[in-house]
Design a protein around this ligand. Structure first.
Ligand code: S3P
Length: 446
């Protein structure tokens, strides 16, 4: 992240007002690009996220033979036009595929390339090279793709030798993960017959919705115990369509927490996805006592489109709650900023079964505990459980982001309510998912 400062000073805000510009949803933007690559012909993607992760996916699509044009840019969002030779005619990339910091890019591209007759090598930055890839290599290997990588084929750089036709798979994901599920679904498009993918907790369902919107039959069942099963038959390729990306609920989460914990706040967040598999952060904050108004908007794209709403958050008196392992899976990216909300709430918040947070862009359990402790919060970690004794006033301090975008943004939001000055070390990672975040932060200071 050249040209960004080594540290950013955040001073408390007297009031928070306005409508902070939000990024396009990162998960949907990645998928829209990859499905446009698989679809022969011209696709358009309006208002996509323009963070570095989505740019990594755009770069991979170009390396595999698509024309990916940036047609317009505004407020940290980009309109893309993609013209692709289609999944059956991808180009074997000449060099490595650089996935940057993006786990979603890596795992979804691995699934997509498992079923393409070409050789490719995936690589990324120092953080991505530490993240577990065995969780996709194992099922994709069973389907017939060959992988070779560091540490017994579980770490990047990872070489893939794909095959035009794969065997279908019946598989239960070992941890709730939309990345693993989606990776297998993209491979299942190249399988001869029906694949059945089960997850014990339903994770974000964008791949399911977006494949259906592109003409592919994806059957889902949700059992009473919460088990979610997907059936998908190959071979099939998605059709080229026009997509408009909603605002990212994971980006909106920073402002939902800022508005709720600040004593004089009213913030409006426009056209946010309230997809049932993404909205847990709204519901958890409401359980904590947050005042969040939800004004539903018409759904774009019919039955498979994303439900949307404008959200208005106001200063709230929060109280501690229990956050269960199912909540953690549903709000996986929002747990760090929810820890800040918990630190500002009266009483105790417990977060159970948060182990997956250790496998994100950083060990987010350690990172959030260290940063909030530096700011004066009482946060205790036992194994994969977190206990926060809220209600202690925060005082500005130096916070270490570990180059993790969600930690950088969480500590900057803390700086709006902490006494004195908060230093956010190496804040540039915010641009991974939320370009312009710090300008937006200055803009909401009424
Ligand atoms: C994502 C899934 C989540 C999430 C990530 C984006 C996706 O990861 O943390 O930011 O787009 O599928 P896991 O499903 O691996 O937990």
């Amino acid at each position: 992240m050249n040209g960004t400062p080594e540290a950013l000073l955040v001073r408390p805000a007297a009031r928070l007002r306005g409508g902070p510009a939000l990024p396009g949803d990162k998960s949907i933007s990645h998928r829209a690009l990859l499905l446009a690559l698989l679809a022969e012909g011209e696709s358009t993607i309006a208002a996509a996220g323009d963070g570095e992760d989505v740019r990594s996916t755009a770069g991979v699509c170009r390396a595999l033979g698509a024309i990916v044009e940036r047609v317009a840019e505004r407020n940290g969002r980009v309109d893309y036009r993609v013209v692709s030779p289609g999944g059956a005619n991808l180009r074997e990339p000449e060099g490595i595929l650089d996935c940057g910091n993006s786990g979603t890019t890596t795992r979804l591209v691995a699934g997509m390339l498992a079923g393409r007759n070409l050789f490719a090598v995936l690589d990324g930055d120092a953080s991505l090279r530490k993240r577990p890839m065995g969780r996709v290599v194992e099922p994709l290997g069973r389907m017939g793709a060959a992988f070779s990588g560091r540490r017994n084929d579980t770490l990047l750089p990872l070489a893939i030798r794909g095959r035009e036709r794969l065997a279908p798979i019946t598989y239960t994901t070992p941890v709730p993960s939309a990345q693993i599920k989606s990776s297998i679904m993209l491979a299942a498009l190249s399988a001869d017959g029906e694949s059945v993918i089960t997850e014990t907790v339903a994770t974000r369902d964008h791949t399911e919705r977006m494949l259906r919107a592109r003409g592919i039959a994806v059957h889902e069942t949700l059992a009473e115990d919460g088990t979610h099963t997907i059936r998908l038959a190959g071979p099939a390729l998605p059709a080229a369509i026009a997509e408009t990306v909603p605002s990212d609920p994971s980006g909106a989460a920073f402002w939902l927490v800022a508005g709720a914990i600040h004593p004089d706040a009213e913030l409006r967040l426009v056209a946010v996805s309230t997809n049932p598999t993404r909205r847990a952060v709204i519901d958890i904050l409401r359980r904590m006592g947050a005042s969040i108004e939800e004004l539903d908007l018409p759904v774009r794209g019919g039955r498979d489109g994303e439900p949307l709403a404008d959200l208005v958050v106001r200063s709230s008196a929060l109280r501690g709650v229990d956050i269960t392992p199912v909540d953690v899976a549903a709000a996986i990216d929002e747990v760090p900023v929810l820890c800040l909300a918990a630190a500002m709430a009266e009483g105790v918040t417990t977060i159970r079964g948060a182990g997956e947070l250790r496998h994100k862009e950083s060990d987010r359990i350690a990172g959030i505990a260290d940063g909030l402790t530096a700011l004066g919060a009482d946060i205790r970690v036992t194994g994969d459980d977190i206990e926060i004794h809220g209600g202690r006033p925060l005082t500005g301090a130096v916070t270490e982001t570990l180059d993790d975008h969600r930690l950088a943004m969480t500590f900057a939001i803390a700086g709006l309510v902490a006494k004195g000055e908060t230093t956010v070390l190496r804040p540039g990672s915010a641009a991974i998912s939320y370009p312009g975040f710090f300008q937006v932060l200055e803009g909401v200071r009424a």
